[in-house]
Write a protein that binds this ligand. Structure first.
Ligand code: HEM
Length: 457
């Protein structure tokens, strides 16, 4: 009740502003009312997180110096006895200790990166399990996969920037792995490493982090959202192969304009996100570890951020060379990229896709266990017997659970569907011999700005 009168007032106020200011109609498409649940907007949460990274990153740029020279004078004043530290590290130290709210800014940028990757994984897995990559959203999925790669690239390149011994060692391991990529490795190696000095590496990581990858990410995001605009949000998953994932006329009857409703809905979540991020950053500020070249750091363990721990652990396995590790990661990436062309069945509900549910669960279990393992025993070699003991149960238990659900679903759910079809005198979806009736009219695309939808046969 309250929500409805709020929406009416919002409409009236926004209409007044648009009319008096002569603002052209906002182009993003309206959305059906059923989408006003956070689960439909996981991608928009990633956009929020990305925007926060851009703003906080630009503020950090005001103080950060991408140099390995120990010439940053403010560092001498702030750090005193360790003024020989590289400027990149010193300027980070300066941001934390001398810039007003600098610690909050830096910590929230770092935790914001973790949050963005976490939200991205939620967005990815939601799409995976609900089959949103199926016709007509194949390109949305493929562009999304490239966004995943770019986001991980942002994490990788940003890790070196404070120029701590820890981040330097981990970046070296990552680069050794990346250089083993067939064809791409030897081609890009000279560009990344240049003359092999720390300064050259830092300069390239800096340029990639603040310019090249954000530009690519921005362009891909534009394409991703443009594709979303043309297909509309994916309706709920269904077992009905006749219902392709386009709007039904009924769903489209009730839709809500982007301005100002969806915008305010997202703003609410964005404010909550920033509040949480600040709270965590204020309570647990990030600690800067020691700088590159500090002799006391010689014994330090080499460890990446949590989202690359699984890859580092993989290299610790007996018999897994960097080539095998990077080959396995490339295979996973290619599987994700081409998934829409591998899972060709028209059904979107997870209970109809046991094989792909099994693969998704197995990947999730594998990443989780490898991440925890990598965090607990970084750099510790693992014999083959241990690998089998820890990893094989994930796949076995998963196969049994998915198979059990599938068999149960075959018996009960399909039986109920058949009974309902008989009661409604519908031709059976689950009796293959019966011819399929024509699909219900669906709305293929709504012109931007919310004009009347076009019905397709
Ligand atoms: C930086 C990373 C990403 C951003 C900012 C992003 C953003 C978005 C946004 C704003 C939407 C509109 C619907 C929603 O809010 O959920 C969306 C939809 C979609 N995204 Fe992403 N995305 C990203 C990565 C990915 C990845 C990694 C995948 C999968 C590999 C993916 C696949 C899709 C698909 C298939 C849709 C259409 C879903 C629907 O219509 O409900 N995206 N994305």
């Amino acid at each position: 009740m309250l929500g409805r009168s709020f929406n009416r007032n919002l409409n009236r106020t926004w209409g007044f502003i648009e009319e008096r200011a002569g603002i052209p109609k906002w182009e993003l498409r309206p959305q059906p009312e059923f989408t006003f649940k956070p689960s439909y907007w996981t991608g928009a949460f990633v956009v929020n997180a990305f925007l926060y990274q851009v703003v906080s990153g630009l503020l950090l740029l005001l103080y950060y110096q991408p140099s390995t020279n120990p010439t940053f004078t403010a560092c001498g004043q702030a750090v005193g006895q360790i003024s020989a530290a590289p400027a990149a590290w010193c300027s980070t130290y300066y941001i934390i200790n001398s810039v007003p709210m600098g610690s909050l800014l830096l910590s929230s940028h770092l935790y914001g990166a973790y949050a963005m990757i976490f939200l991205l994984l939620v967005h990815f897995y939601r799409g995976y399990y609900l089959g949103v990559y199926k016709k007509p959203r194949e390109f949305s999925w493929m562009v999304g996969s490239l966004l995943l790669l770019m986001t991980l690239g942002m994490g990788f390149t940003g890790y070196l920037l404070p120029y701590t011994q820890l981040s330097y060692n981990a970046t070296q391991v990552g680069i050794v792995l990346a250089l083993r990529l067939p064809t791409v490795g030897p081609l890009t190696g000279p560009f990344i490493l240049a003359d092999g000095t720390g300064q050259e590496l830092l300069s390239r990581m800096f340029a990639a982090h603040v310019l090249l990858i954000p530009l690519a990410l921005g362009a891909l995001l534009y394409a991703h959202i443009a594709l979303f605009e043309s297909h509309g949000i994916a309706p709920p998953a269904t077992s009905d192969p006749r219902q392709r994932r386009t709007y039904t006329a009924k769903d489209d009857e009730k839709h809500v304009p982007f301005w100002p409703h969806i915008f305010f809905y997202m703003t609410k979540w964005a404010l909550l996100y920033i509040g949480l991020l600040f709270g965590i950053a204020a309570l647990w500020p990030w600690q800067l570890s020691t700088y590159v070249g500090n002799l006391t750091a010689a014994q330090q363990v080499t460890e990446p951020d949590w989202y690359f721990l699984w890859e580092f652990k993989l290299v610790d396995f007996a018999g897994v060379t960097p080539v095998i590790a990077i080959g396995a990661s490339t295979a996973i990436l290619l599987f994700i990229l081409f998934l829409p062309f591998l899972d060709r069945s028209p059904r979107t509900h997870p209970r109809d896709r046991p094989f792909f549910v099994f693969v998704g669960n197995s990947l999730m279990g594998f990443f989780l266990i490898m991440t925890v393992w990598g965090g607990l025993t970084p750099g510790v070699q693992i014999p083959a017997s241990q690998v089998a003991l820890r990893l094989v149960p994930i796949f076995l238990v998963n196969a049994v659970v998915v198979a059990a659900f599938y068999v149960r679903y075959q018996r009960s759910y399909r039986a109920r569907l058949r009974a309902r079809e008989r009661a409604l005198r519908l031709p059976g979806i689950y009796s293959p011999a019966a011819p399929l009736p024509p699909a219900a009219p669906a709305i293929a695309a709504r012109p931007p700005g919310g004009g009347p939808p076009e019905a397709t046969p």
